[in-house]
Design a protein around this ligand. Structure first.
Ligand code: PLP
Length: 413
């Protein structure tokens, strides 16, 4: 398309960098989720809410690294803590005080987490949580949901996803469908050890789980003796205790990731004492769980600083309110002007969908390149995630640019 051709000719340095990268990386990158067709932009640096690419273009970043970049590109409070932390050693290979302070803070925030263990990514946390749930119940099957995403080896997008799978015995159920899910789960009731669910489908399109649906999973898990896991890797930022605290639904286990490492690689899984005590090294038959970087000192210090000073109840409320009003304003204009777009999501995590049944790919594509031309960076699939470096003015500017881009798409397709 013309939009793609103009993108290609405007970004010669990115194209060159990309061609070079394909010589050592399959597809030129190491994260499939950030690939852009026909080739991705190479970003040189970030500043506040902006990113600057290798051709010198500046964009306001509304991807925020798929929700993990909640602090923006630079944050003075984190920077100071990390620099001070550097003086105490890169790696210590031992128990540290920031590690137990961070665990204590997270356990006090999430009602389901009596005890917690750290890992290095959301994917790893989910693999560990699922394995723990199966071990605890002595069962084999894992219930997951259509459109669910629990990490690079744990996604359930269906046939066109091309997902790499770990050898779990998955039972895939329809999200937000109480009757459909009930009948499948009852069929395998005695074999199901774990039910894992996102309180809002994230990568699956920012589709909030209905409270009644999530509550029905709570009741069903208890009834059949399965471990219910809430994957709050994204939704943990919707309130100080994640979506579970907002809804008052307490799973048996919870997984976290992304922003709780204060910008560093992070994952965590935790839950009821009876389950998590399996890892208590004082017990004779405890499960061994290692991980060289599980308690990396810089991650612990950055994470602790973030929860103490940045991820406060007030800051999270403000950011989520900003996202709620962006979504409401946009959907109002989309409706009034019959523009073929809709924004779904909760708080500061949202997704723009192209709603016309025809030319779906072209519509979202054109929209994406229109926004890039105006200096706004969203995920090519439509994800829009806010961060603390953004001002109200940035978000208002984005709102206007989205409306203009949507009008442009409507008139040209
Ligand atoms: N779970 C959810 C809900 C996610 O959104 C993600 C990442 O996007 C993950 C798990 C995986 O986390 P990570 O990318 O840190 O492995």
């Amino acid at each position: 398309s013309a939009a793609r051709r103009s993108y290609a000719s405007n970004n010669p340095n990115s194209l060159k960098a990309y061609e070079q990268a394909t010589e050592s990386l399959p597809g030129g990158g190491t994260r499939s989720s950030i690939f852009i067709h026909p080739f991705p932009l190479f970003i040189e640096r970030g500043d506040g809410s902006e990113i600057i690419d290798v051709d010198g273009h500046k964009y306001l970043d509304f991807v925020s690294d798929f929700t993990s970049g909640i602090y923006g590109k630079t944050n003075p409070v984190l920077k100071k803590a990390i620099i001070e932390g550097l003086d105490n050693g890169l790696q210590l290979g031992a128990h540290t005080l920031p590690e137990s302070s961070l665990s204590s803070e997270l356990c006090s925030r999430f009602p389901s987490m009596h005890l917690i263990r750290f890992a290095n990514s959301g994917t790893e946390a989910n693999i560990l949580a699922i394995s723990t749930g199966l071990h605890y119940t002595g069962r084999k099957k894992v219930v997951v949901f259509e459109g669910g995403y629990h990490g690079s080896v744990l996604s359930h997008f269906g046939e066109d996803g091309g997902d790499l799978k770990v050898p779990y015995d998955f039972v895939v159920c329809p999200y937000n469908d109480i009757t459909g899910t009930n009948s499948i789960i009852r069929k395998y009731a005695e074999e199901i050890g774990v039910i894992i669910v996102e309180p809002m489908l994230g990568a699956g399109g920012c589709i909030p789980g209905n409270p009644e649906f999530l509550q029905s999973l709570r009741e069903l898990s208890t009834e059949i003796g399965a471990v219910l896991i809430f994957d709050e890797v994204q939704t943990a930022r919707l309130s100080i205790g994640g979506r579970q605290k907002i809804l008052g639904i307490t799973p048996d286990m919870t997984t976290l990731g992304k922003f709780f490492g204060g910008g560093f690689a992070f994952g965590a899984f935790g839950g009821k004492k009876a389950i998590m005590s399996l890892f208590d090294a004082r017990q004779p038959n405890s499960i061994s769980h290692g991980g060289t970087f599980n308690n990396s000192p810089l991650t612990m210090i950055a994470g602790l600083t973030a929860v103490q000073h940045i991820l406060t109840e007030e800051n999270l409320r403000n950011l989520n309110e900003l996202g709620d009003s962006l979504r409401e304003n946009l959907n109002k204009v989309f409706d009034e002007e019959e523009l073929p777009f809709k924004m779904t999501g909760l708080g500061s995590i949202n997704q723009l969908h192209y709603t016309s049944p025809s030319q779906k790919r072209e519509g979202l594509d054109l929209f994406f390149f229109c926004l890039l031309d105006r200096g706004y960076w969203i995920a090519q699939r439509g994800l829009v995630s806010l961060n603390f470096a953004m001002t109200n003015k940035d978000v208002k500017g984005f709102e206007n640019a989205v409306i203009e881009a949507a009008r442009g798409v409507k008139s040209s397709l």
